[in-house]
Design a protein around this ligand. Structure first.
Ligand SMILES: [Zn+2]
Length: 279
């Protein structure tokens, strides 16, 4: 080795270590969730979900989403009249890129819980067998596939109920869906997401300010905020005004820089990849 080479190596060394340090830093950042922008490079994630296949979802929701170029998840109960009577409209919703999620064929719920007086006895999930219930979900998946051509979708527990015949069915349906949405709970950070138990905020007469404040909290806490809507401008007892809903959607349309707004399955697949990489 020439003395000049040795001198130059001596000069290179600190630079070399600096490079290694930077490389390690990059590798470390890639392996982590990214402290300030863990959600696909954004501070928070938001999913807008609409349950029970109502006509107002076609008439009052889809146009506002389209104006803001946003995609959502519609949890479809195929026995609903607005689904059966407006198949072309639902097909158009799927073609626009929205997710059609499974919300069972008949919407059975536990009949032995308080406040379930409205429920038809035929739909008492606590009196169904698991086999009957899974068949119900399979047929709904098939109907939805006939509408959107997809074999991958998420699920929303009807009435938030996770038991059939007194036993949890969460594990049984895990291979059938990308994720499953619960009713209620606290928005999780990406490392805390349980894909078969995704919390949601059920909207009941909320003001636009209240809805927007939940997104702002998501941005601050880096969480996945999932909104659960039923009626939007009517058609369901659990309702929000058309105006408040539009104000939230318009707000989201203006904050795409900070918030990743996407259907549940898109975000669930992202979470799955990140959680796998972290293991
Ligand atoms: Zn429902």
């Amino acid at each position: 080795m020439k003395p000049s080479q040795s001198r130059s190596m001596g000069k290179i060394k600190p630079c070399f270590y600096r490079r290694i340090f930077v490389l390690l830093l990059i590798l470390f950042s890639a392996g982590s969730y990214g402290a300030d922008s863990p959600w696909n490079g954004k501070s928070a994630a938001v999913s807008l979900t609409y349950d029970d296949a109502l006509g107002v979802h076609i008439d009052n929701v889809a146009p506002v989403l389209a104006q803001n170029d946003l995609l959502a998840t519609f949890y479809v109960t195929s026995n609903s009249w607005p689904l059966r009577s407006r198949l072309d409209d639902w097909r158009a919703i799927a073609t626009s890129g929205h997710e059609l999620g499974n919300h069972t064929l008949f919407h059975p719920c536990a009949g032995d819980k308080p406040g379930r007086e409205w429920l038809n006895k035929e739909l008492y999930l606590n009196e169904w067998s698991e086999q009957r219930y899974i068949g119900n979900l399979n047929i709904n998946n098939t109907l939805l596939q006939a509408l959107d051509g997809k074999t991958e979708r998420s699920f929303a527990y009807p009435c938030g109920d996770t038991e059939v015949a007194g036993k949890s069915y969460v594990e049984t349906i895990t291979p059938m869906f990308t994720a499953a949405r619960m009713v209620g709970g606290t928005p999780p950070t990406i490392d805390k997401v349980d894909l078969m138990r995704i919390p949601s905020h059920m909207v009941m007469g909320d003001s636009a300010e209240k809805l927007i404040s939940l997104v702002e909290a998501g941005i601050k806490n880096h969480t996945w905020v999932v909104f659960l809507f039923h009626g939007v401008g009517g058609e369901h007892g659990l309702n929000v005004s058309k105006e408040a809903h539009a104000e939230l959607v318009n707000y989201l349309g203006k904050h795409k820089k900070d918030v990743w707004i996407a259907p549940v399955t898109d975000i669930a697949n992202y979470v799955k990849d990140k959680q796998k990489a972290k293991k």
